[in-house]
Design a protein around this ligand. Structure first.
Ligand SMILES: C[S@@+](CC[C@H](N)C(=O)[O-])C[C@H]1O[C@@H](n2cnc3c(N)ncnc32)[C@H](O)[C@@H]1O
Length: 237
C-alpha cells in the first residue's frame, strides 16, 4: 500500500473505494478466469451444491424439471455453469462487464444459450434482484466486497422462493497475502460463520433457517485456501 492511500480514503470515502474495487475486478477478469486456485474454489462450490441440492426434498431432478438459479457476483460463472445438470434457467449477475463477457463466451461455447444468460449490474447493493423468483441463489466469494452486507443478504434471501436456498461461500483463515487483495479489490470485511449468523439474525425475517455451515479446502499447485459454505433455507409456511 502506498503512503497516500489513507489520505485518499479520507478524501473520497466509500464511493471511491467501491469504484476502485469494481475497476479492479473488471481489469482482472481474464486473470481471475485463468487463476487455478480460484477455479479450485469454484469446483468445491459446485461439488458441494450438486450433492446438497440432490438431497433437497421438493426437487426431484427428473427429466425436464430444472431449477431457476442465480449466481450473484458470478465473475466468469464457473460455479453456476458447473451446475448445468440442475438448471433450467440460470442467470449470472456481476458489476464487472468484462466478467459478464467471459461468462457469456463460456455459455456460448458450451452450447447453453437457451438456459443461461448474464446481466451486468448497475448498482453495488444487490437492489436489482427480483423478489421470490429463484429456487437457488448463490453468492460465492462476493459478500465481502459489498459495503453493506446486511442489506445485500436481505435482498439475496428475498430473491429466493419459499422452500428455496441461498448458498453463500466465503474465504476463511486468510493470511497476510490477502492484504493487497483487500485494498485492491475493495474488500469491506470477510464474513466468518459467526458474522453471517449475526447478519441473518439481524434481518429479523421470519422463515429463515441456517441449514449448515461446512468448511473445506481448495488446492491448486501446492497452494491451499480454506473456505466456508453456508446454506440458508427460506422455509415455506
Ligand atoms: C472473487 S470473485 C467471485 C466470482 C465467482 N462467484 C466465483 O466464485 O468464481 C468476486 C466477484 O464479485 C463481483 N462483485 C464485487 N462487488 C460486487 C457487488 N457489489 N455486486 C455484484 N458483484 C460484485 C466482482 O466483479 C467479481 O466478479
Amino acid at each position: 500500500m502506498s503512503a497516500e492511500e489513507p489520505a485518499h480514503h479520507h478524501e473520497h470515502g466509500g464511493g471511491e473505494d467501491k469504484k476502485r474495487g469494481q475497476d479492479s475486478w473488471n481489469d482482472s477478469a481474464k486473470e481471475y478466469n485463468d487463476m487455478g486456485l480460484a477455479s479450485a474454489t469454484s469446483v468445491k462450490c459446485v461439488d458441494f451444491t450438486l450433492a446438497f441440492m440432490k438431497n433437497v426434498k421438493p426437487y426431484s431432478f427428473n427429466a425436464g424439471s430444472g431449477l431457476k438459479v442465480l449466481e450473484f457476483g458470478c465473475g466468469p460463472g464457473k460455479v453456476i455453469l458447473g451446475l448445468s445438470e440442475l438448471v433450467s434457467e440460470g442467470v449470472g449477475m456481476d458489476l464487472a462487464p468484462n466478467m459478464i463477457s467471459i461468462f457469456e463466451s463460456a455459455i456460448e461455447s458450451k452450447g447453453l444459450s437457451a438456459t443461461y444468460r448474464g446481466q451486468v449490474l448497475q448498482k453495488t447493493d444487490a437492489s436489482e434482484l427480483p423478489k421470490a423468483y429463484y429456487d437457488l441463489v448463490l453468492a460465492p466469494f462476493v459478500l465481502h466486497h459489498v459495503s453493506e452486507p446486511s442489506s445485500a443478504l436481505k435482498r439475496l434471501v428475498e430473491a429466493v422462493l419459499p422452500s428455496g436456498h441461498l448458498i453463500v461461500a466465503e474465504l476463511v483463515d486468510l493470511e497476510e497475502m490477502m492484504e493487497e487483495h483487500n485494498v485492491e479489490r475493495g474488500v469491506h470485511g470477510w464474513l466468518e460463520e459467526g458474522r453471517i449468523d449475526g447478519l441473518l439474525e439481524g434481518l429479523k425475517l421470519p422463515n429463515l433457517k441456517k441449514v449448515k455451515a461446512e468448511y473445506m479446502t481448495a488446492t491448486h499447485d501446492g497452494e491451499s485456501i480454506s473456505l466456508l459454505i453456508y446454506v440458508i433455507e427460506r422455509v415455506a409456511v
